[in-house]
Design a protein around this ligand. Structure first.
Ligand SMILES: *[C@@H]1O[C@H](CO)[C@@H](O)[C@H](O)[C@H]1NC(C)=O
Ligand SMILES: *[C@@H]1O[C@H](CO)[C@@H](O)[C@H](O)[C@H]1NC(C)=O
Length: 354
């Protein structure tokens, strides 16, 4: 699977912090967004925080470590190091305690799509690092910050039909069962990055975009899938269930669709981005769930907040809901009052996340 996140292609992977911006939103749904910063033209984080809080109904933000401020803080941390409790304790002291609880940090994600790196040392230290961070947070008296790690769909060896979903062999018992056990014991979610954008063919474009389509019918289960997103989530769920962990919650750490691409690129345009992200938000907040997980909502982080001009390809540069000047690329129902009034003269506020 192609990679969008800043950290996923790097060998040294640090941490991601999800901050919960307090929102006065009365919107019927709540939605998160990935705040990627592979760009040289974005407004300062403090201004972004005010904008999100005042102008949108986005109520959760996932920050990647490529943010220069975050990078500095994380420069000396990596997963193998933090798997030692003493290192985790000082990491929490240096990187969480100064900001908490002024910034409502909701979750620390250890690395991003670590299994997909195929780096044996990183993978072996992933769960120990999660456990050490959890223990260090407890020692600091913090029980409200969750520890998790996002996974790409590449962790599955089978996903079609979704009921046959299973984790890659050997990894299932050795890596995923212990990770899921950690999630069960700490009441934290398994985080996944489903991207129908990387799974569609010209024939399944409408199915990937949540547009009306003929469905994908599976005789074995009698289930007629009408969205690829549901099929991908159900494949993950089936893999978890196969190991006996269907009670662990699932969070959608990343998903999205670009609004522009290269001229010859199929399926990439503004209408399709509006369809995917707009319907995605409605769907995950509707409480409808998926065929195998009926009547559930999924905490979901859209990728991405901004168009990022330093990404390598045209489509990767155009995943954003907003331009660097904070104007919307398109609206998927997250703007307050259906319009925005931006006051660029607002001085950054000291207590905002940075
Ligand atoms: C699956 O659902 C689609 C959309 O509602 C419908 O067009 C199709 O006939 C259904 N297929 C089956 C086998 O039920
Ligand atoms: C889901 O909700 C519907 C409508 O309220 C209900 O009929 C159905 O039994 C529920 N399914 C489950 C598995 O809870």
């Amino acid at each position: 699977m192609a990679k969008l996140s800043e950290t996923s292609s790097k060998l040294v992977i640090f941490f991601t912090i999800c901050s919960l911006f307090v929102s006065q939103s009365t919107a019927a749904f709540s939605i998160g967004v990935n705040y990627g910063t592979v760009a040289d033209n974005l407004p300062p984080p403090s201004q972004v925080a005010s904008f999100i809080k005042d102008q949108t109904s986005i109520d959760r933000v996932k920050i990647f470590d490529a943010n220069p401020d975050i990078l500095r803080a994380f420069a000396n941390s990596d997963i193998p190091a933090v798997s030692k409790l003493s290192a985790a304790v000082s990491w929490v002291a240096n990187n969480i305690l100064p900001f908490y609880p002024t910034t409502k940090i909701h979750r620390i994600a250890v690395g991003n799509e670590v299994i997909a790196t195929a780096e044996k040392t990183l993978i072996a230290h992933l769960l120990p690092a999660m456990k050490s961070l959890h223990a260090a947070l407890n020692l600091a008296g913090i029980s409200s910050i969750q520890v998790s790690t996002p996974h790409s769909l590449g962790i599955l060896s089978s996903s079609e039909p979704p009921s046959s979903g299973r984790f890659r062999r050997v990894y299932d018992r050795v890596i995923f069962a212990p990770i899921l056990e950690f999630h069960r014991q700490t009441n934290t979610p398994f985080m996944v990055c489903p991207y129908p954008f990387f799974g569609f063919t010209p024939n399944t474009l409408d199915y990937a975009l949540f547009k009306p389509n003929g469905g994908v019918f599976h005789h074995a289960t009698g289930i007629n899938y009408t969205s690829m997103f549901d099929a991908q989530l159900d494949a993950i769920y089936s893999a978890m269930k196969r190991l006996g962990y269907d009670d662990v919650d699932i969070v959608v750490a990343e998903t999205g669709w670009p609004s522009a691409g290269d001229p010859d690129q199929t399926g990439v345009n503004m209408d399709n981005a509006v369809s995917y992200n707009g319907n995605l938000i409605k769907h995950v907040c509707s409480g409808e769930g998926t065929p195998l997980m009926p009547n559930r909502t999924f905490e979901t982080y859209v990728f991405s907040l901004f168009n990022e001009d330093l990404k390598p390809s045209t489509s990767e540069r155009n995943f954003g809901l907003f331009r660097p000047d904070l104007s919307p690329v398109y609206d998927v129902g997250i703007l307050r009052n259906g319009q925005i009034a931006i006051d660029l003269s607002n001085p950054p506020r000291k207590d905002d996340v940075s």
